[in-house]
Ligand binder design. Structure first.
Ligand code: FES
Length: 148
């Protein structure tokens, strides 16, 4: 039996690859799924993905490093993506942002639009989105993310 300290397994990567089998332009969706599953794109996954898609490691590595959203190391704190685009600004996100940024339990990333412009301010944790944030719900969201 193989004991691994890695937060991912090759079998899990294979399963992700299977889901995208035969799909055109699958590289970015695969990398997004890898990140969603493991919290980052481990360097050791790059050659596996490259081999499956018949791409060079350099091509896959280039995509991983180009997209700011793809992480090469696990986040040491839960990540909250906070939308600070125009519509969310108009709905008061700048008043809430200090709550997120000042809390050392979470890492706050600025994003520009989560597709919930009419019900901002909006944020995202993992694949869950949160809308109509006010001070109370923002504090609850931070507590919830910090506990995850
Ligand atoms: S501007 Fe914030 S969700 Fe679109």
């Amino acid at each position: 039996m193989k004991v691994s300290s890695e937060p991912w397994t090759e079998a899990e990567v294979d399963e992700i690859l299977r889901r995208h089998d035969g799909r055109e332009g699958a590289l970015l969706p695969i990398l997004n799924d890898v990140q969603a599953a493991f919290g980052y794109v481990p360097d050791a996954v790059v050659p596996i993905v490259a081999h499956a898609l018949n791409l060079s490691r350099a091509e896959v590595h280039g995509v991983v490093t180009f997209y700011h959203d793809l992480k090469r190391v696990p986040a040491d704190r839960p990540v909250i993506k906070l939308c600070r685009a125009e519509a969310c600004q108009a709905r008061g996100v700048e008043r809430l942002a200090p709550l997120f940024e000042a809390d050392p339990r979470v890492e706050t990333e600025t994003v520009y639009c989560l597709g919930l412009c009419a019900s901002g301010p909006s944020a995202m944790v993992g694949d869950r989105v949160f809308a109509r944030l006010d001070e109370g719900s923002a504090r609850r969201l931070i507590d919830q993310a910090a506990a995850s």
